[in-house]
Design a protein around this ligand. Sequence first.
Ligand SMILES: [Zn+2]
Ligand SMILES: [Zn+2]
Length: 173
Amino acid sequence: MPESLNDIILIATIIVVVIVASFWLAIVMWAYRDMRSRSRDPLAQMLVAILVFLLNVPGLFIYILLRPRETLTEVYERSLEEEALLQEIEERPSCPGCGQRVQEDWQACPHCYHRLKKACVECEYLLELPWNICPRCTTSQVNYTSDGTIATSSRHVQPSEPAPIDAPWVASQ
Ligand SMILES: [Zn+2]
Ligand SMILES: [Zn+2]
């Protein structure tokens, strides 16, 4: 029966063609989507699709060899990480004497012995050197001048003792 044999060959050919065409298109779609995740340039995306459409598997190999190394998401995440790292470096305090990195809770620089902070005479809370009063317990402090020497003016204010109020708007009330 040559008639039915021809039919079988025809059907088999159609099936093979459909499978090959689907595979071909799938590879083109994959390359196009992959390029879209790596480049915002629509021209580059189209060129990749055309290259893979014309050359198929060899074209796909060429694309994989030449494509941008990172996806846009990876580039974005890396830039975020770098920014965070940079911010961390900038936020870490440095010694005004020698420029070395110092910790937030250090009272003196271990490299050049520059005075960095002072402890509250009452509650040991760490204060900036110019501060003359402890923001936590309101105790007046021994003054350190900016060159690290100790100034002699020291006055003790008890937390229970209110500061005199002589503002004009208070008197008018
Ligand atoms: Zn130092
Ligand atoms: Zn204090």
